[in-house]
Design a protein around this ligand. Structure first.
Ligand SMILES: *[C@@H]1O[C@H](CO)[C@@H](O)[C@H](O)[C@H]1NC(C)=O
Ligand SMILES: *[C@@H]1O[C@H](CO)[C@@H](O)[C@H](O)[C@H]1NC(C)=O
Ligand SMILES: *[C@@H]1O[C@H](CO)[C@@H](O)[C@H](O)[C@H]1NC(C)=O
Ligand SMILES: *[C@@H]1O[C@H](CO)[C@@H](O)[C@H](O)[C@H]1NC(C)=O
Length: 624
């Protein structure tokens, strides 16, 4: 008779999650209803119909069932709120803004800008300047040192590190609200959209979530500093949803954690979803699988964890307690791997319905590589547009190939700077209801945790409206443009040209790339006209001829009239293309994470290198 206890415990947890939002009383009557015996009989029928041949305990299935139902209910609710909000965007945005100003009106910062007297958007815009990180640097240093109520009324939970794609990494504040808001407005809504678009995900199959427990250091005042990151570390009760058991999340090394994610995923033939914040993490997981499959299969065969992993004895034994020698699965896996890695995901896990990971922006190439190779035939869903600055938009159209995000009117107060005025001194901003479809804008946000009229640095294109609310596509990072003579070649433009050039290099497959402006290279390359230094990692070719390399320059000239004109005038020199060794980008990524103190969960590859050291690192890896 221990099942009802499990049930009750889980219901309490679900209520606790829901209870986060005070406006919403815990659904106690529903809870009691579910507890009734009749309900349980029905429940069991439903549960058993959703199993896909996994061997799991009752309690684990049941708690997953309840978590899924609870989140489903929450998702439908949040979606309704969102729909209603999009019908009156101006009011919702003003409410959101004034609420935040009011909440922080008694901080030193709030007094300085006299937040308490601001009663509408226009006064706010006239009184508060547009800001960049410099505006906050000193304030955040003081918060790290222990000063309170400086910018925000709440005590910060962590100081989040951004991945620093546009220069040095920055430290931002993160509060309790950040997490619960992200869950309610982001995760719940996206899970709802996912359940509608991919009904098969409404099953009791487990998810493999490639997640790494971040390491934190502490500020002088004891506030953790680190990559900000969510689940599962923050929600251990959700662990039943995942193939990876709890002890694996305590393993500090990224490499070992990844091995364990793979090990427990391979053991379970009924995995339903692969999940990660970014497609790059999923891509690196499959390349590790390709490298280490023999070791993994042996472990499954023996029911042991490879001795190559440096695990604490207690962690190792609790992991091994969850394994039994499984020669049958091992033999099956061996046969599958020997057939090659194209489409391997669907062969390892025949009931795999979805890869859930952000694959827009700098993650686009990893998504494309996965779909062409390892994950052929599996749908992808890119759920949010988020930054360290918090939740910006949600993708309500999972099945569309273009990643489009609806801005969340209650998550942040947004302003828009038209692309043409980015360089102006005190430019006039537009509001959500004033933007034009088809135009590019830089986003300026005011959010719950102490950023006011902050230039995020992302340029987005408005591609339509949902009711009154803008839908955007990410275009590029302002700091990630190539500009040696003011020509401003964006990431999207460069990548398109590169992809065209790769098709002209027979047999070549793009693995990764980045660029540097010759200016930062200093003496490493000798004097010449300013030009682009391009580093590419390719599969399938060892060397490129000069003529083949030149193709990339031509492709970019075809796509960018401005670049072409500088090239034909001779004020920009010919692009230099260096081929780097296999695995060079994987190493670069580790190098960058260590330097900027970001974790694999939040890391984004830089497309334009701003530090000479990184460029030198790649020069050292050049093979041709
Ligand atoms: C700020 O201080 C004023 C005056 O002491 C008080 O009336 C107000 O409620 C405070 N605001 C907040 C959000 O605490
Ligand atoms: C950090 O940001 C992520 C999105 O990138 C979000 O899921 C999470 O709620 C934030 N975590 C913390 C601890 O602030
Ligand atoms: C607001 O911005 C802060 C600082 O970047 C960030 O850590 C947090 O996630 C954001 N808060 C919300 C509620 O989105
Ligand atoms: C690559 O090809 C170029 C010209 O085709 C040749 O000069 C060079 O030696 C080759 N490099 C390597 C490493 O094979």
């Amino acid at each position: 008779m221990y099942i009802p206890w499990v049930l009750l415990a889980i219901l309490c947890l679900v209520c606790a999650i829901i209870g986060h939002n005070q406006a919403m009383p815990p659904p106690l009557p529903t809870a009691l209803g579910v507890c009734s015996l009749a309900g349980m009989a029905l429940l069991w029928r439903d549960v058993s119909s959703k199993m896909k041949g996994g061997k799991r305990s009752w309690s684990s299935l049941l708690s997953q069932y309840l978590a899924v139902k609870g989140v489903g209910w929450l998702g439908r609710r949040q979606r309704k709120t969102l729909e209603a909000d999009t019908l009156n965007v101006k009011r919702v945005q003003e409410e959101t803004l004034l609420q935040r100003l009011h909440k922080n009106e008694n901080t030193s910062y709030g007094k300085q800008y006299d937040f308490s007297s601001i009663k509408d958007i226009d006064v706010f815009r006239s009184r508060h300047p547009i800001t960049t990180y410099e505006h906050y640097r000193e304030l955040i240093r003081r918060i790290a040192a222990g000063e309170e109520k400086l910018i925000i009324a709440d005590k910060p939970l962590i100081l989040a590190m951004t991945s620093g794609t546009s220069g040095a990494s920055a430290m931002l504040l993160s509060t309790k609200d950040t997490n619960s808001e992200f869950f309610l407005q982001g995760v719940a809504v996206c899970l709802d959209a996912m359940a509608r678009a991919f009904p098969a995900t409404d099953s009791l199959q487990r998810t493999t979530k490639f997640f790494y427990s971040p390491t934190f250091r502490q500020s002088e005042a004891g506030i953790p500093i680190g990559p900000n990151s969510s689940t599962p570390a923050s929600s251990r009760h959700m662990l039943n949803l995942y193939t990876t058991p709890a002890p694996a999340f305590e393993v500090p090394s990224e490499k070992d954690t990844l091995y364990l994610h793979l090990l427990f995923a391979l053991k379970d033939p009924s995995v339903g979803t692969l999940e990660s914040n970014f497609a790059s993490t999923v891509f690196y997981a499959f390349s590790a699988l390709q490298d280490r499959w023999q070791e993994l299969v042996e472990d499954i065969e023996r029911g042991k964890v490879s001795s190559a992993l440096a695990l604490e004895p207690a962690v190792r034994s609790s992991l091994e307690a969850l394994m039994k020698p499984d020669t049958e699965r091992a033999a099956q896996l061996r046969a599958l791997f020997q057939d090659g890695f194209r489409g391997i995901a669907k062969r390892l896990w025949p009931h795999l319905h979805l890869v859930l990971a952000v694959d827009s922006g700098s993650n686009q190439i990893y998504g494309e590589m996965l779909r062409e190779n390892y994950c052929q035939g599996v749908p992808f869903y890119s759920p949010f547009y988020a930054a360290t600055e918090g939740l910006i938009g949600v993708n309500l159209w999972p099945q569309e190939p273009n990643r489009r995000y609806l801005l969340c009117p209650r998550s942040m107060f947004c302003e828009f700077l038209p692309e043409s005025v980015l360089e102006e001194e005190a430019p006039h901003t537009l509001l959500m209801e004033e933007v034009t479809e088809g135009q590019n804008y830089e986003l300026i946000i005011t959010n719950a945790s102490g950023l006011f009229r902050y230039r995020v640095g992302d340029i987005v294109k408005v591609v339509g409206f949902h009711n009154q609310c803008p839908i955007v596509e990410f275009q590029y990072r302002r700091g990630q443009m190539l500009s040696v003579r003011g020509e401003k070649v964006s990431e999207a433009l460069f990548l398109d040209a590169l992809k065209k050039a790769v098709t002209l290099w027979p047999g070549a497959q793009l693995v990764d790339y980045c660029c540097a402006e010759s200016g930062i290279m200093g003496d490493s390359i000798g004097g010449s006209d300013p030009h682009y230094q391009v580093f590419v990692e390719l599969k399938g070719v060892r060397n490129l001829s000069e003529e083949q390399r030149y193709r990339l320059d031509i492709c970019l000239q075809q796509d960018s009239a401005v670049y072409r004109s500088f090239r034909s005038k001779g004020s920009i020199g010919s692009m230099r293309v260096q081929l780097v060794a296999q695995g060079a980008f994987k190493e670069l990524r580790e190098h960058m994470m260590a330097y900027s103190n970001t974790s694999p969960n939040t890391f984004k590859m830089h497309r334009v290198l701003r530090r000479k050291e990184y460029a030198d690192f790649l020069l050292g890896k050049t093979v041709s």
